[in-house]
Design a protein around this ligand. Structure first.
Ligand code: UD1
Length: 362
């Protein structure tokens, strides 16, 4: 039986791994070894996802923790190479665009182990954004590239990446459909004393939004005006990075008008999403999930890889520097028609596992 190593490390990767691990288990497709880099390590940023999504316990924990980008990437590269030398797998699977993704890809490529990249072909400006660097390097070193959409395939084609490219659709949509009956909407609404449709769900964690004081103030001001004008509560599960910056920049006064909570797991977050009026986010995952839940989102970014949702008019881009003025006018525009199936029909994991299995036979 073939042996495949999956490398995860950050929240969005746990979610994606859940779908692949379950499909591999169901079809007994290969011997699946799971490695956790430790990029995310707090219980509510990591363990919680493994528990509620029934992700198997990783065989290896690299425990790299937080540090500067170069150092974090280097630590994963060094430690993951040791695992690869020990396990000698037939292929490595990496997910998305984090430092863990690019480090795992480099380690495998240097050992001539083929890499399968899930969520390949995403491109967005600025080119020096950490995630964009990670995507470009990962795609150019991967043998199998699974794209969420035709646009991602075209992005790869423009860079002469043609062989091994599949349009699989988005595995996060597989998970969304599968877990929908278990979303903890009632539980979270009760816990936070919220009323359905009476609040906006907010998440922020991108460096260009939260590490820059002016941008962060502009977003917080925009949220304040919007919530006052619309009479909506702001519900804000806060990433530890954002929490630290708000304290450092002495902006805690803005938290008085919001319902801020610790980061929460997938099922509660999806419950909050189902019950909200709309969403403000800079998360790649949540802007898509908002669309899956038929909620409109203001995406606090100058650009996004998920262009299909923007072009359909469903989500709107709001760069941080103009958020103060623009945000209050953006949300509440309900005129766009809901665009169906932008990222497949929720069957990505089947296609991915099949394609990987048959590539190993050849
Ligand atoms: C990372 C990914 C980003 C992804 C996001 C999902 C990169 C370059 N970025 O961003 O693509 O969208 O994960 O959440 O890989 N921290 C904790 N506890 C934790 C994890 C982080 O306190 O468990 C704090 C630390 O102060 C750390 C900071 O958050 O320095 C940033 O964490 P890091 O993993 O470097 O980046 P994210 O912003 O989470």
């Amino acid at each position: 039986m073939n042996k495949i190593v999956s490398l995860v490390g950050a929240r969005p990767q746990f979610v994606k791994e859940a779908v692949i691990a379950s499909e591999v288990h169901k079809t007994n497709a290969w011997n699946h070894i799971l490695v956790h880099s430790g990029q995310h390590y707090d219980a509510n940023m990591s363990d919680l996802f493994f528990e509620e999504l029934h992700i198997p316990t990783p065989q290896y924990f690299l425990e790299v923790g937080s540090s500067r980008h170069g150092k974090q990437t280097a630590l994963v590269l060094e430690k993951f190479e040791d695992i690869l030398l020990r396990e000698n797998p037939d292929m490595v699977i990496v997910y998305g665009d984090t430092n863990t993704t690019v480090a795992g890809t480099l380690a495998a490529a240097k050992l001539k182990i083929p890499v399968a990249h899930i969520e390949a072909g995403m491109r967005q400006s600025p080119k020096d954004m950490p995630e964009e660097i990670n995507r470009v390097v990962t795609d150019h070193l991967s043998s199998l590239l699974f794209c969420c959409s035709e646009l991602s395939r075209q992005n790869l084609q423009k860079e002469n990446i043609i062989d091994g490219v599949f349009i699989s659709g988005d595995i996060m949509y597989d998970l969304f459909l599968r877990m929908k009956p278990y979303f903890l909407k009632d539980k979270i609404l009760q816990r936070l004393h919220l009323h359905e449709g009476q609040y906006t769900l907010v998440t922020l964690h991108r460096d260009f939004n939260v590490d820059n004081k002016e941008n962060l103030v502009s977003i917080l001001e925009g949220l304040h005006s919007y919530s006052k004008a619309m009479g909506l509560t702001i519900v804000f599960p806060m990433h530890p990075r954002t929490q630290k910056r708000i304290e450092e920049f002495n902006l805690t006064q803005y938290l008085d008008f919001m319902n801020t909570i610790e980061p929460i797991g997938y099922l509660e977050l999806m419950g909050l999403l189902e019950g909200c009026a709309n969403v403000v986010t800079d998360s790649g995952g949540l802007q898509k999930e908002a669309y899956y839940a038929q909620k409109q989102a203001a995406v606090i970014m100058p650009d996004t890889g998920w262009k299909e949702i923007i072009e359909s008019g469903w989500n709107q881009l709001v760069p941080a520097n103009v958020a103060k003025e623009v945000l209050p006018q953006t949300l509440g525009n309900k005129s766009a028609a809901y665009p169906d199936n932008l990222y497949g029909k929720g069957e990505a994991s089947k296609l991915i596992v099949k394609a990987i299995t048959s590539s190993l036979k050849n």
